[in-house]
Write a protein that binds this ligand. Sequence first.
Ligand SMILES: Nc1ncnc2c1ncn2[C@@H]1O[C@H](COP(=O)(O)OP(=O)(O)OP(=O)(O)O)[C@@H](O)[C@H]1O
Ligand SMILES: [Mg+2]
Length: 224
Amino acid sequence: MIRLSKISKAVGIENNNHYIIKDISFTLDSKKLGVISGRSGAGKTTLLHLIAGLDIPTDGECWVDETCISKLDSEKRAKFRLENIGFVFQSFNFLASLTISENISVPAYLNNGIKNSDIAQKVKSITEILGIDSLLDRYPNEVSGGEIQRASIARALINNPKIVLADEPTGNLDTENREIVLQSFKRIISEFGVTVLMVTHDKELEKSADTIFHLNDGVLLEAK
Ligand SMILES: Nc1ncnc2c1ncn2[C@@H]1O[C@H](COP(=O)(O)OP(=O)(O)OP(=O)(O)O)[C@@H](O)[C@H]1O
Ligand SMILES: [Mg+2]
């Protein structure tokens, strides 16, 4: 469950504050697919970063289940993020010198809660569900855009997160790969019970969402 309570984010110096997120409250229940929509510059990425604890709000609280992530110090926040939040970056951020399997495994090696001897099996079971288990020994430049997008979903899932946040996960994909990625998200919600919140401009993806949060200039216009 993700719950935002009157979240604001201001940038700028003291008397010249500009709010890029203004007084946003919403709840996304567990095991739901939520979509954040809005034009470029509306504050979508900023909001996702606040929820991930990659940034802290100027005012308000962000809760992930029973934890108020915005009140944790930076060390505890990083640990909480590693153990509970998966992030699918638009630009993948895969290391070119590591195989797909090694890239997916990196967050698990950083997580003391996961035994190193269990990691290979975890990679195998997650990638089977996403249909990319035959690509594990390849390098990132040897797979397609849709395949690497699914690999980045696998990496976001490796530490058994409660929530997965995705910033335009289908931004660079053709219709067929977009559909595969969407089905992958639906599958991880049903198979792993995670809550998924994604930013997208894609009207087709919005149709699949349980809830749509529409942002305009940092203000939540509607939630449906
Ligand atoms: N650190 C910062 N300082 C000042 N302004 C910022 C900062 N970070 C973001 N902004 C501004 O806040 C607004 C929201 O940015 P954000 O990246 O959240 O937009 P977005 O909705 O994700 O846009 P896009 O669809 O283009 O990715 C933009 O006008 C951006 O220029
Ligand atoms: Mg953005």
